[in-house]
Design a protein around this ligand. Structure first.
Ligand code: HEM
Length: 571
C-alpha cells in the first residue's frame, strides 16, 4: 500500500514546476515516514530521468504532519542535483571499472577448443570432460597456445618456453595462489594461503632433515597399518583410497609434529576433512550466483565445519608450541622448524596452527592419490610385483627399514611410480597461474616473441597431454613400468631427468619454477616407504573380471576412484 501511494506521489511531484506546497490526506494505517521516503525516492528517480536536460531540479521536503494530513514542499535546487548525480554515477562507474578490470579478454587468433560458438556448452563439459578437451587442444594446436573453456572462463594453455620465461616472475604479476583461491572459493573456505612460511620451511629445513625424519615415518607406517588397515588374514576387500588416505594423514602428521600429532585422532581426522570439506563446500558454493555467496556460505554445512578444523589444529598444536618455547625442547618436525623460522606475526601460535592445516591440505590427498593409483596399476599388471620385491630387499636394514641411501637405490620402484603418475597424475594441468600484470594501463603481459597475454588470464601447462605426446614418449598409450629405470641405466644424462621428482619440460606433475612443489622429495620417500611396506606384508589383486578403474575427472583434477575395492591378503 505504502509503495503504491509513494509512487502516487511521484506522479504528483513530477508535474510540479516552481515552489509548491503539497498536501496528502492520510488514512489510519499510513506511516508518515514511509510516505516521505517513497516520495523522496520517486523524486530522486525523476532527477535521474532529467539528467542533462535541466540544471535545477525539483526537491521534495517534509514540512509537517498531523493525524489527517502530510504537508510536503516541492522546490527547485541545484545542490541536491549535483549530489544526486554523484550518488548515482560514482558507484555505477566504480562497479563498471571493477568489472571491466577483472573481466577476461582473449588473445586474438588463438584456438579455442570446440570453437567460439560452443564456449558456454564446453565450459560445462570441461567439468567432467577436461581430459579429452585438453588432449584435443594439445593435438590441434601442435603443443602451442590454446584456450580450454572452463567454468572459470577460458584458460590459456601455454607451450613450455613460456614457463621458462615466467618461472621466476613475482607473484604480483604471475599469481600462483590466486588460481587456487578461485578454484576452491578461498574467500569462504580459507583454502589457499599467501603465507610463505610453509613453502620456505618445507624447501629448506624439511628437505635438509629428511634422513632424520624418515625412520619415524617408517615406524608410523607400521603403526598406522596396524590400526587403520583390515587384518586381511584371508583375502579381504579394502576401499583403497579411503584407507590409504587415513594412513598418509597419520604418517604425514608424524612429520608435521611427531607422535603428539600422529597419535591425535581428532587432529588426523580434521586434517583429512579440511580438504574434503573445502572441496565439496567450494563446489556447492560455485552453483550459487556470486552476489549471494557471502550469505550462502554461512549455510553450507561443509563450509561451516571448517572453523571446527581450525579449532582442532589449535588444540592439537598450540600447547606443544608453547611448551617447546618454555623448555627450549628441540624436535625434528615441521612445526618446530616453522616456529623457529617464523618472523613477526607468523610467531603467533594460532597462526602456526592454521598453517599446519594448510600444509596438510597440500600434503595429504596429493600423497594418498599416488600410492592408491599405483596399487590399481599393480593389480592390473601383477608381473611388476616380484621384481619390485627383489629390488627393495637389497636396501632394507636389519630392522626392516629402508636405509638412508636406500631410497635412491630403488630405480624400479621410482620408475613405476613415475609411469603410474604419467597415466594418472593428480592434476591434468600444472603451473596454474593468473596473469595480474599491473604495470600498464591496458594491463597485459608481453612475452619475448611479442605475444601478449591479457591481464586476468588464467594460464597453465597441459602436463598430462604432454606426457601422452608420441613425439616425446614413444608408444605413450603403453604402460611400461620400468621405462624410466631403463632410460636412466642406458643414458647417464637421464639420471636426474628420469626421476619421479624431476621437473622438466616432459615431466611437470610437481609443477615448475619458483613455486614447484617443495614437498616432492618427502612425498617420494613417503610413497616408497608405504609401497615397500605393502608389498612386503600383503598380496593384492582385483576381484575376478575387475579391471583398473578410470580416474574421476573434476576440472583439472584427476582423482583415484574412491569407490574401488581391492582384495588384500597378509603374506
Ligand atoms: C605426490 C604428492 C604431491 C603432488 C603431486 C604435489 C603437487 C604439487 C603441485 C603441482 C604444486 C604446484 C606447483 C606449481 O604450480 O608450479 C604443489 C605445490 C606445493 N606443494 Fe605439493 N605435491 C605433493 C606433495 C606435497 C607434500 C607432501 C607437501 C608438504 C610436505 C607439499 C607441499 C606443497 C607446497 C607448500 C606447495 C606450494 C609451493 C609454494 O607456495 O611455493 N606437497 N604441489
Amino acid at each position: 500500500m505504502a509503495l503504491q501511494r509513494g509512487f502516487g506521489a511521484l506522479g504528483i511531484s513530477m508535474i510540479v514546476a516552481g515552489d509548491m506546497i503539497y498536501k496528502i490526506n492520510l488514512k489510519d494505517d499510513d506511516s508518515i515516514l514511509e510516505l516521505v521516503f517513497w516520495s523522496r525516492l520517486s523524486l530522486f528517480v525523476a532527477f535521474c530521468l532529467e539528467l542533462g536536460s535541466r540544471e535545477r531540479v525539483n526537491v521534495l521536503e517534509y514540512l509537517s504532519s498531523n493525524k489527517t494530513s502530510l504537508i510536503l514542499s516541492v522546490h527547485e535546487s541545484a545542490r541536491e542535483f549535483t549530489f544526486g548525480i554523484a550518488a548515482i554515477l560514482i558507484p555505477l562507474l566504480w562497479t563498471l571499472w571493477v568489472k571491466w578490470s577483472k573481466s577476461q579478454r582473449l588473445a586474438p587468433g588463438i584456438l579455442i577448443v570446440g570453437g567460439k560458438s560452443q564456449r558456454i556448452k564446453n565450459r560445462k563439459a570441461f567439468i567432467h570432460g577436461s581430459r579429452d578437451i585438453l588432449m584435443e587442444g594439445y593435438g590441434q594446436s601442435g603443443g602451442d597456445f590454446y584456450y580450454v573453456p572452463s567454468t572459470l572462463g577460458e584458460r590459456l594453455m601455454v607451450p613450455f618456453w613460456v614457463l621458462d620465461e615466467l618461472k621466476t616472475s613475482p607473484v604480483d604479476k604471475v599469481d600462483f595462489v590466486g588460481t587456487f583461491i578461485e578454484m576452491f572459493e578461498g574467500k569462504y573456505t580459507t583454502m589457499g594461503s599467501r603465507s610463505t612460511l610453509h613453502p620456505r620451511v618445507v624447501k629448506a629445513q624439511l628437505n635438509q632433515h629428511l634422513p632424520e625424519v624418515m625412520p619415524g615415518v617408517q615406524d608410523e607406517i607400521r603403526n598406522a597399518f596396524q590400526d587403520s588397515f583390515p587384518k586381511c588374514n584371508d583375502w579381504t576387500e579394502v576401499p583403497v583410497v579411503d584407507r590409504i588416505t587415513q594412513i598418509v594423514a597419520r604418517v604425514s602428521s608424524r612429520m608435521f609434529g611427531g607422535t603428539t600429532l600422529s597419535e591425535n585422532a581428532e587432529w588426523v581426522q580434521a586434517s583429512i576433512d579440511f580438504a574434503l570439506d573445502g572441496f565439496v563446500g567450494a563446489q556447492k558454493l560455485k552453483k550459487i550466483p556470486k552476489i549471494f555467496r557471502p550469505v550462502a556460505s554461512r549455510f553450507i554445512p561443509e563450509i561451516t565445519k571448517i572453523a571446527g578444523h581450525y579449532r582442532a589444529a589449535e588444540k592439537a598444536s598450540m600447547d606443544m608450541i608453547e611448551q617447546r618455547r618454555r623448555t627450549g625442547e628441540r624436535a625434528s618436525d615441521l612445526l618446530f622448524w616453522m616456529d623457529q623460522q617464523a618472523v613477526g606475526p607468523e610467531k603467533d601460535p594460532k597462526f602456526l596452527a592454521s598453517i599446519l592445516l594448510k600444509v596438510s591440505f597440500a600434503a595429504i590427498h596429493t600423497s594418498a592419490a599416488a600410492p592408491s593409483q599405483l596399487i590399481f596399476d599393480l593389480c592390473q599388471y601383477p608381473e611388476y610385483v616380484e621384481p619390485l620385491r627383489q629390488e627393495y630387499r637389497n636396501v632394507l636394514d636389519r630392522e626392516g627399514r629402508i636405509s638412508k641411501q636406500g631410497y635412491l637405490r630403488m630405480p624400479k620402484l621410482d620408475s613405476i611410480m613415475k609411469e603410474s603418475q604419467r597415466f594418472n597424475p593428480l592434476l591434468l594441468v600444472t603451473f596454474e597461474r593468473i596473469i595480474t600484470e599491473k604495470l600498464t594501463l591496458l594491463k597485459k603481459l608481453t612475452l619475448s616473441n611479442g605475444f601478449v597475454i591479457p591481464a586476468n588470464t588464467m594460464i597453465g601447462i597441459p602436463t598430462h597431454a604432454i606426457t601422452m605426446d608420441p613425439g616425446l614418449y614413444p608408444k605413450p598409450e603403453k604402460f611400461d613400468g620400468f621405462c624410466f629405470a631403463k632410460l636412466r641405466q642406458e643414458d647417464p644424462s637421464m639420471e636426474g631427468k628420469g626421476q619421479y621428482v624431476a621437473s622438466n619440460p616432459n615431466s611437470m606433475a610437481f609443477g615448475f619454477g619458483r613455486y614447484a612443489c617443495p614437498g616432492c622429495f618427502f612425498a617420494a620417500q613417503e610413497i616408497k616407504a608405504i609401497m615397500v611396506f605393502l608389498l612386503e606384508n600383503y598380496d593384492m589383486k582385483f576381484k575376478e573380471g575387475q579391471t583398473r578403474p578410470l580416474s574421476l575427472v573434476f576440472e583439472t583434477q584427476y582423482l583415484p576412484d574412491h569407490s574401488t575395492l581391492v582384495l588384500f591378503k597378509r603374506r
